[in-house]
Design a protein around this ligand. Structure first.
Ligand SMILES: CC(C)(COP(=O)(O)OP(=O)(O)OC[C@H]1O[C@@H](n2cnc3c(N)ncnc32)[C@H](O)[C@@H]1OP(=O)(O)O)[C@@H](O)C(=O)NCCC(=O)NCCS
Length: 150
């Protein structure tokens, strides 16, 4: 499985799938804005992200099924990363793999030097995968800031 998963740019066809992942209860609880999103708001958001050259929405897929999504929001030579694994694929190492693929993609496609992340202190699975992937915590509190140099 691991070898065949790759990141591709999201397209209009991914809109519904990302909506379902965004409103999964764990994703809602772990989002910085911890509220479910209405369908109309999601569609507006999705289209604005696809149209924004400073935002990069990716889907992890093996060509048959989708495993999760990664988003980069550019800030110069740095970008902030956001990740969601499909609920039924969690706890199997997919998140760690997506972070590795995402770092390679950010370096090769965007020429980034640095990736930032913000993670709720109540999200141990996320903190675990980011630390394992080489991110360092730069500030503590209810929301942790992390950084990885590429
Ligand atoms: C966070 C998320 C991306 C992790 O993806 P995943 O595929 O489940 O993660 P993995 O299986 O690669 O690894 C999970 C790691 O967390 C660890 N973990 C899980 N629950 C844990 C807990 N309660 N305490 C400590 N570690 C925990 C696991 O042991 C594993 O580490 P290991 O590989 O060293 O054993 C995924 O759960 C998710 O999409 N959650 C909802 C959205 C979200 O929280 N996104 C991140 C916002 S910052």
């Amino acid at each position: 499985m691991a070898n065949s998963i790759a990141l591709r740019l999201a397209s209009q066809d991914d809109c519904r799938q990302l909506f379902e992942w965004r409103n999964d209860p764990t994703t809602v609880a772990m989002s910085l804005v911890s509220e479910p999103v209405a369908w109309e708001d999601h569609v507006r958001w999705f289209e604005s992200v696809l149209a924004n050259p400073a935002r990069h929405l990716l889907v992890a897929s093996n060509g048959e099924e989708s495993f999760g999504t990664v988003r980069f929001d550019d800030i110069g030579d740095t970008a902030e990363i956001s990740i969601t694994v499909s609920p039924e694929k969690r706890g199997q190492g997919v998140g760690g793999l997506l972070l590795e693929l995402a770092a390679t993609w950010a370096k090769e496609e965007l020429g980034l030097n640095r990736i930032l992340a913000q993670i709720k202190a109540t999200n141990p699975a996320s903190i675990a995968i980011f630390k394992k992937s080489g991110y360092e915590i730069t500030s503590d509190g209810e929301v942790l800031s992390l950084v990885k140099y590429l």
